[in-house]
Design a protein around this ligand. Structure first.
Ligand code: URA
Length: 251
C-alpha cells in the first residue's frame, strides 16, 4: 500500500496533510526518512510520524456524518435504512458504529467510530460533553422555558432531567437552540412536550466545541481531523449557546 494511504487509514490526518508531513521529512520507514508519499509499505514495516511509531490503531478512527432525515442510528436494522448505508466504501472500517443515537427524524452532527473506548468516553455522563440542538417549534417560544429547563424538568413518565439551557433564535417566533448535558431517549422532544410545546424539526448542531460544518451536506461524511477531535473535547464555554443562537439568527 502507498505510504500516504496507509497513514491516512491509521491517523486522523487528511491525505494532503500527510503528503506535506512526508515531503517535509517527518515520516520514517524502518528508521529511514522517506519523502515520497507513494512509497510502498507493508505490514512488517515500522512507520514513525514525527518520531512516534504509528500502528493501525494508534489513532482513533472517527467519522463526522451530517445525518439526514429518515435513517436510524444502528449498525443493522431489519426494516429501516441505517446511517451505515451512507458511509462510502473508502471510509468504511471494520467495527464502525454510531456514537450514541439521533432519532430517525432528527438531522445533524453524528459521529461514528470503530473505537469503543472513544465512544464510551464521549457518552459517559461524568465527561459532560454538551450537545447543542436547533429546533423549530409548533407554537411560539415562551420566555418561561429558560427558567423551567434551568430548574431541571420532570418528564411525563417521571424521568428527571439535568438542568438545561435554552435560548430563542433572534428574529424568529418558533425557533430555539438548546444545550443538554445528557442524552436521554427523545430528550429534547419530551422536554418541549413537558413545557407544553411540540418540536417539529430538530437538528444537532454541535458537540462540545465541534460544530456541524456548514459545507457538509445532509448524507455526507468526512473523517474527523485531529483539530476537530480536540474541539470536541474542549471545555464547556458558557457563551457557546448564545453564539449558536446568533449563528442561526434570521435577518
Ligand atoms: N433529543 C431528541 O428528542 N431526539 C434526538 O434525536 C436527540 C435529542
Amino acid at each position: 500500500m502507498r505510504l500516504d494511504k496507509w497513514l491516512s487509514d491509521a491517523t486522523n490526518y487528511t491525505r494532503s496533510q500527510l503528503k506535506q508531513l512526508i515531503r517535509s521529512g517527518q515520516v520514517t520507514v524502518n528508521d529511514c526518512i522517506v519523502k515520497r508519499p507513494e512509497t510502498a509499505v507493508c505490514q512488517t514495516d515500522t512507520i514513525c510520524l514525527q518520531g512516534k511509531p504509528v500502528t493501525a490503531d494508534t489513532f482513533c478512527y472517527c467519522l463526522l456524518l451530517h445525518k439526514p432525515l429518515g435513517y436510524v442510528c444502528a449498525v443493522t436494522d431489519a426494516t429501516e435504512k441505517t446511517v451505515m448505508e451512507l458511509i462510502p466504501p473508502d471510509l468504511q472500517r471494520k467495527g464502525l458504529f454510531p456514537v450514541g443515537r439521533l432519532d430517525k427524524d432528527t438531522t445533524g452532527l453524528l459521529l461514528l467510530t470503530n473505537d469503543g473506548a472513544f465512544s464510551h468516553a464521549l457518552l459517559a455522563p461524568r465527561r459532560h460533553i454538551p450537545k447543542y440542538y436547533w429546533m423549530q417549534l409548533a407554537r411560539p417560544y415562551e420566555v418561561q422555558y429558560a427558567e423551567q429547563l434551568a430548574a431541571g424538568l420532570t418528564l411525563a413518565d417521571g424521568t428527571h432531567c439535568l438542568p438545561a439551557e435554552i435560548l430563542p433564535i433572534p428574529n424568529t417566533e418558533r425557533e430555539a437552540v438548546i444545550c443538554l448535558q445528557e442524552g436521554k431517549y427523545h430528550q429534547v422532544r419530551r422536554m418541549m412536550a413537558a413545557v407544553g410545546n411540540h418540536v417539529e424539526q430538530l437538528q444537532r448542531i454541535a458537540m462540545g466545541g465541534l460544530c456541524l460544518p456548514s459545507d457538509l451536506l445532509p448524507g455526507d461524511c468526512v473523517p474527523l481531523t485531529a483539530v476537530q477531535m480536540e474541539l470536541l473535547q474542549q471545555p464547556n464555554d458558557p457563551d457557546r449557546l448564545r453564539l449558536l443562537a446568533e449563528k442561526y439568527k434570521k435577518w
